[in-house]
Design a protein around this ligand. Sequence first.
Ligand SMILES: Cc1cc2nc3c(=O)[nH]c(=O)nc-3n(C[C@H](O)[C@H](O)[C@H](O)COP(=O)(O)OP(=O)(O)OC[C@H]3O[C@@H](n4cnc5c(N)ncnc54)[C@H](O)[C@@H]3O)c2cc1C
Ligand code: SF4
Ligand code: SF4
Ligand code: SF4
Length: 393
Amino acid sequence: MNKKKNNFICDIGECTGCHACFGACPEQCISMKPDPEGFLQPEIDLDRCIGCGKCRAVCPVLKQYDGNETLAAFAAVNDDDNIRMKSSSGGIFTLLAENIINRGGVVFGAAFDDDLNVKHIMIDSVNDIYKLRGSKYVQSRIGDAYLTAKAMLADGRLVLFSGTPCQIGGLKSFLGKEYENLITQDIICHGVPSPSVWQKYLEYRQAEQNAKINKTILPEFRNKTSGWYKFSIKLSFCGGSEYIKTIDKDLFMRAFLQNLSLRRSCYQCHFKSLKREGDLTLADFWGVERQVPELFDNKGTSLVLINSEKGAGLFDSVNAKRVETDAVRAVCPNEAAYRSVDKPEKREYFFNSLCTENFGKAVKKYAKISIKKSVYNKIRSSGGRILRAMKLR
Ligand SMILES: Cc1cc2nc3c(=O)[nH]c(=O)nc-3n(C[C@H](O)[C@H](O)[C@H](O)COP(=O)(O)OP(=O)(O)OC[C@H]3O[C@@H](n4cnc5c(N)ncnc54)[C@H](O)[C@@H]3O)c2cc1C
Ligand code: SF4
Ligand code: SF4
Ligand code: SF4
């Protein structure tokens, strides 16, 4: 018998896939299913739904938001250059995670699974921090992470939960109350590419190399061999060959930075503001060479926004090189903090063409504009126009 299924929680174009509704449903009648673009969407089994409204009550998209006011901003780097080279910006996440685990706590963040899909996992050993380290430019599946975090918090464990602002918003909304033992860390977020676009890209590269990906060597989206500003994507294959291309040459990065492969909610993101979801925000400190030149060496510098006393306490207790700076000036070149990206006219054509054409052809057809126009070059510019666009203060 076909069961009745529907999503009446929030507008499908605004749904971030955060899983708050999934976790909150008392009847467990919401499942998260991939849509034709490969993004998870909630699907309600209407035969089991009792109409209690809890899913709508926790949906962060339907709620009025009032994030944390940013209290301070720092340029910061991890003293350990090996860690910094493996991290996306200044390697500050690793220091936060080490601190929490060394105090008996647990850390949630995005990791690859055995099929190189990205999902949120919990770790409680410093030996596992490498799994969360580094940006993965694919939407991370929350799965049971909110439920596990809630159980840990109820157990009195110290919890650091890291993720995109919509994931942190979803967690807080799902929890529905403050926990003294919870610290949240978000990122400045450009948007998230589709998991199925990522899988199609991997298939395309494997066919090109005529070799399977070596899954024991994790893919890198932010390899810094050519520097932090002009980073590379790196894949390792069975048999020892490697693929490494800078962002201006790689097709996955081209689709990402030209905003073709992003989730629909990222074009109308509810979480763009200097009023942040997380107790701390981590980002690339684009423009650091002008603003804090003493912390620039093109190996990566983090921008750390402190958004609560808890966030301040955690950052104070880690051993990072830091220089305090002005939050508005620091965030200014990083448009992703305060403005959603524009939706390309041909985005839907791109997704449709992935069903019939190979990955390379689809990207070359629809992501033709020069990478020079991409955000990672726009980030270098700043000015009054950007400040006016910022609803910061
Ligand atoms: C999809 C995405 C878009 C981003 N866009 C921008 C941007 O426009 N501007 C900017 O300044 N910074 C952006 N960042 C953040 C930046 O790249 C770094 O993640 C951040 O500066 C932390 O760097 P780090 O060196 O301290 O630690 P790292 O070790 O590099 O960061 C690891 C952290 O990133 C989290 N993470 C990794 N992948 C994901 C994912 N798929 N979903 C959720 N969390 C994830 C981990 O859980 C962990 O908290 C983005 C990150 C991601 C994942
Ligand atoms: S209304 Fe209640 S029972 Fe129905 S899907 Fe939402 S949370 Fe579940
Ligand atoms: S709670 Fe999250 S996953 Fe559920 S409908 Fe709202 S945004 Fe989508
Ligand atoms: S851009 Fe907004 S909606 Fe998209 S992943 Fe980032 S925080 Fe979520």
